[in-house]
Design a protein around this ligand. Structure first.
Ligand code: PLP
Length: 411
């Protein structure tokens, strides 16, 4: 008998990580550009708050929706920084990371067979969590050649009577696309027209480049009641192992379902991690800004390092810490749509550089590759140098008949 979990993968990125770690254990120098774990130490005020909480004996059950000081700090933060019209801490639920926030949201929102529209490509776990919630992921391809890569007009063509929600992720994993206020406004208008919910994953709200502004879709007129906004402390405060995320919404019926799910599953997030998150969210956001500036340096280093590599055409990311690049047919290992898996394996074997095959992120990712630049700056620079070296003339096929190489970066 089959089960929904039989259709869920163990994750292509986990497979790459396991291969890299096995090589590291065998004494090889490896480069961890396969997954997005911030290299920074968790800020000192957050670590101090955790130690303090431990000393004070905050080691008991907490309210399953989260400790009050954290929920109140979140209310202040989302009103101030995200401009969300949130009234009080009852509209905030603390979760075990953004991943758990996604699981709870789809589980509490969807009825069997409900469709959720999401971008293609998209971080693998979104479609899987939609399926776990009983829903059907409907992928709408991004147009990375366009200045507006994901529009309401593209989305509308995929709306059916079963569509329940539009999933929005800006800044976007894996492409680094940042959706503009006007694109988001149009998505809100579309959601209103078809009476759809909006699920807004803002895990990378603080990782944004070139002076771009992060716009929370839930702050836009008409989106207030229909939007569920999801956040994570993993990337914003380098707290990935502490596992704290949160859901913000105004819909009382949805929130009460989430609270029941929490009570019957994790029954609340680790108390010490919540005290750490309260310090992170409640303090001035200088540490997040500093990290954002360093990520921009790393992005630039990676783009500069790959500038001479005409076998890869990168999309210039405006946010998140991923570089998404199209593999050119003149690469000697080119295998059409399967080139991404081939190149991921090849870069590990040749130079110990990790990456993620684009097809792990959906059909639109076939033939693309993702490099994460969340590891430290030197590692990013060295890895770029190695990729450049190995994809130089040695990586090229002798035939240049395709004429598709040497293209400039995508906008
Ligand atoms: C788009 C997106 N959303 C949510 C998350 C969840 O992160 P976490 O579970 O560490 O909070 C991630 C993690 O990589 C992500 O890429």
């Amino acid at each position: 008998m089959s089960h929904v979990l039989d259709s869920i993968s163990f994750g292509a990125i986990v497979t790459v990580r396991d291969r890299l770690l096995a090589q590291q254990a065998a004494g090889r120098r490896i480069y961890r550009l396969e997954s997005g774990d911030p290299s920074f130490d968790t800020p000192p005020h957050v670590r101090d708050a955790i130690v303090e909480a431990l000393k004070k004996g905050h080691t008991h059950y907490t309210a399953s929706a989260g400790i009050q000081p954290l929920r109140e700090a979140i209310v202040k933060k989302v009103r101030r920084d995200n401009e969300l019209p949130i009234d009080n801490a009852e509209q905030v639920v603390v979760t075990s990371g953004g991943m758990h926030a996604l699981y709870l949201t789809f589980r509490a929102l969807l009825d069997p067979g409900d469709e959720v529209i999401l971008p293609d490509p998209m971080w693998t776990e979104i479609a899987e969590n939609i399926r776990l919630g009983g829903g059907v992921p409907v992928r709408v391809a991004m147009d990375l050649e366009s200045p507006t890569p994901w529009t309401a007009a593209q989305i509308e063509q995929h709306i059916t009577p079963r569509t329940k929600a539009i999933f929005v992720n800006t800044p976007h994993n894996p492409t680094g696309v940042v959706l503009s206020r006007s694109s988001l406004r149009e998505i809100v208008a579309l959601a209103k027209k078809h009476d759809l919910r909006i699920i807004s994953d803002e895990a990378y709200e603080h990782v944004i480049f070139d002076g771009e502004a992060h716009v929370s879709i839930g702050s836009l007129p008409g989106a207030e009641e229909r939007t569920i906004s999801l956040y994570s402390t993993s990337k914003s405060y380098a707290m990935s192992g502490l596992r704290v995320g949160y859901i913000v919404a105004r819909d009382a019926a949805f929130l009460s379902r989430v609270k029941k799910l929490l009570r019957c599953t994790t029954n609340g997030v680790n108390s010490l991690a919540q005290w750490g998150a309260a310090a992170a969210v409640g303090a001035p956001q200088d540490a997040s800004r500093m990290m954002g500036a360093v990520y921009q340096e790393r992005r630039d280093a990676l783009l500069a390092g790959l500038a001479g590599v005409d076998l890869l055409v990168p999309y210039v990311p405006k946010g998140s810490f991923f570089l998404w690049a199209r593999i050119q047919p003149s690469w000697r290992g080119y295998r059409g749509a399967r080139s991404d898996e081939a190149m991921t394996d090849w870069l590990i074997d040749e130079v110990g550089v990790g990456s993620s095959p684009g097809s792990a992120f959906g059909p639109a990712g076939a033939g693309w590759i993702r490099f994460a630049f969340s590891c430290d700056t030197r590692e990013v620079e060295e890895a770029a140098g190695l990729v450049r070296q190995v994809l130089g003339q040695a990586g090229r096929t002798s035939s240049r008949s395709t004429g598709m190489d040497a293209r400039p970066p995508l906008p």
